[in-house]
Design a protein around this ligand. Structure first.
Ligand SMILES: O=C(O)CCC(=O)C(=O)O
Ligand SMILES: [Fe+2]
Length: 245
């Protein structure tokens, strides 16, 4: 079994599960999968609002990131390995996102959502942009990962963490099960709970067919919230995030 993987060739068939809008479960043929914690809100913003956001975003310089992506980051500087957070340069979120943050709280599961980071990612097919399957950090970031999708449709692919025992699956990107979450242009997608902790998420290169921008908002974990050991740092971040520049 190990030798097969050493060849670097994927010999496993992928069973692709599609999210059903009606029952909100994932289907592959007659097999059904339930993944708690996936919310898709289509048409969360209008075409005019999307134009406005893209104009604002494109006035800010982009920084090259991994896998052909470009990035803009508004939040603390974090070293996740060393568990160090620096709040010094964090100056709040861009003014043109103020109304969007307020609108997020009108969605039922986000009534108490207080983002302390906003990350913009730019994906373009010309650069072969993608994002490998990964888990977002749990130490600093809280349960809800909230993304507003701009300019292009794409698909967020979930692969199970439990399916990655070395013998069966040495790398998350060769999972035999993939669950596809549609991310339509102008939609809001929330990943939390089981989907956040038990499933890697990523975007295949093949699912970037035109320029796409993602605005991802993150909240504080319990460690940085009231009663947690890093509450003071958390409070400072919340205060800074209340500012718009
Ligand atoms: O582009 C996306 O929607 C996903 C981004 C993501 O997973 C991340 O920034 O951690
Ligand atoms: Fe992520």
């Amino acid at each position: 079994m190990n030798n097969i993987h050493n060849l670097g060739v994927c010999v496993l068939q992928v069973f692709r599960f599609e999210l059903c809008k009606g029952c909100r479960r994932f289907h592959c043929g007659r097999v059904t999968l339930e993944i708690e914690g996936v919310t898709v809100v289509p048409d969360f913003i209008s075409a005019e609002e999307e134009d406005q956001l893209v104009d604002g975003i494109d006035q800010i310089p982009w920084v090259p990131s991994q896998s052909g992506r470009y990035k803009q980051d508004f939040g603390p500087k974090v070293n996740f390995k060393k568990k160090k957070v620096r709040c010094g340069t964090f100056n709040g979120l861009p003014e043109f996102t103020r109304w969007l943050v307020e609108r997020l709280r009108t969605v039922n599961p986000l009534a108490d959502f207080r983002p302390v980071e906003l990350c913009h990612l730019d994906y373009s097919p010309a650069r072969g942009a993608a994002i490998d399957p990964h888990l977002d950090d749990f130490w600093l970031w809280g349960d809800r990962l909230v993304t507003v999708n701009l300019l292009g449709d794409t698909v967020l692919t979930l692969t199970p963490v439990s399916d990655t025992t070395p013998a069966l699956n040495p790398r998350p990107c060769s999972s035999i099960i993939e669950a596809d979450v549609p991310m339509p242009r102008r939609s809001l997608v929330i990943i939390s709970g089981e989907a956040r902790s038990q499933w890697y998420h990523g975007i295949h290169r093949a699912n970037i067919t035109s320029r796409r921008l993602a605005m991802t908002f993150r909240e504080l974990s319990r460690v940085f919230s009231e009663g947690g050991p890093e509450e003071n740092v958390g409070n400072l971040l919340l205060e800074k995030a209340r500012n718009y520049f």
